[in-house]
Design a protein. Structure first.
Length: 209
C-alpha cells in the first residue's frame, strides 16, 4: 500500500508515548537490528496490509462483554452476547492472574513492535498499546498469523528484559485477530480506529504520510 487517503486523525490530546516518523525512518532509534544481512524469515510474496490485535492473558475471556470468538470474528457480524457461565468456566481454567500493561510495559511493547518491523522490513503504519491489548496496522509480505506471532515474541522478550515479571509469566492470550485490509479506504479507516478510537491515547505510533 503506497499511499493512504487523506484522513482527519490528528488527535489533539497529550499522549503518553507518541512516535511519528517518516516512512523511510520507521523505528530508528529503538534498538532495531541491522537489515543488511539476508533475512531468512522474509517470504518472497506480495505485501498485504493487516489490522492485527492481540490481547493480554486474562483479558476478554469467552463470555465477557466485547469478547469475540472465531465464529464472530468477521466484519459486520454480530458480537456474541455475554455469557456469565462461560466466563466463569474460562476464569477457572486460568493458571495465572490477568496480565496488565502499565506505562513502562507499554513503552517496551511499542518499541518491540517497531523493532520487529524494522528488522523484517515490514511497513508499520500505526500501533496503539493499551492496558490489556495491542493494535497494529502493518504491511508485510508474510501471513498475518506469522506477523502477529512475531509481535508477541518480540514483545515478550522486551518485557522479560525489564525483569518486572515473575519467571514463566503468561502475558498473551492465545491467537488474536488478523484482518486483511484490501483497499486504501479500509487501511485509512483502520489507522483512524487504532489511533483515535481507543479512548485516551496511551503508547501510540503513527507513520507520517
Amino acid at each position: 500500500m503506497t499511499r493512504l487517503l487523506t484522513r482527519a486523525v490528528q488527535c489533539q490530546v497529550g499522549l503518553e508515548s507518541v512516535r511519528r516518523l517518516p516512512r523511510s525512518a520507521h523505528c530508528q532509534g529503538v534498538g532495531a537490528r541491522s537489515t543488511s544481512a539476508p533475512n531468512r524469515e522474509r517470504e518472497r510474496a506480495p505485501a498485504s496490509t493487516y489490522l492485527i490485535t492481540f490481547v493480554c492473558y486474562g483479558a476478554r475471556l469467552p463470555g465477557t462483554v466485547g469478547a469475540v470468538d472465531r465464529l464472530h470474528n468477521v466484519p459486520g457480524s454480530r458480537k456474541p452476547t455475554p455469557d456469565t457461565a462461560r466466563e466463569s468456566e474460562a476464569r477457572e481454567r486460568m493458571t495465572d492472574a490477568p496480565y496488565l500493561l502499565d506505562a513502562v510495559r507499554r513503552k517496551a511493547v511499542l518499541a518491540a513492535v517497531c523493532e520487529v518491523c524494522s528488522h523484517r522490513e515490514w511497513t508499520l503504519l500505526a500501533s496503539h498499546v493499551r492496558t490489556n491489548h495491542v493494535h497494529v496496522v502493518v504491511e508485510a509480505c508474510q501471513k498475518p498469523e506469522r506477523v502477529m506471532n512475531a509481535f508477541k515474541c518480540y514483545a515478550s522478550r522486551a518485557l522479560e528484559q525489564l525483569r518486572v515479571d515473575s519467571p514463566g509469566r503468561r502475558r498473551w492470550a492465545r491467537h488474536g485477530s488478523t484482518r486483511y485490509l484490501w483497499t486504501k479506504e479500509t487501511v485509512s479507516a483502520a489507522v483512524h480506529y487504532v489511533i483515535c478510537e481507543q479512548g485516551e491515547p496511551l503508547s501510540v505510533y503513527e507513520a507520517q504520510w
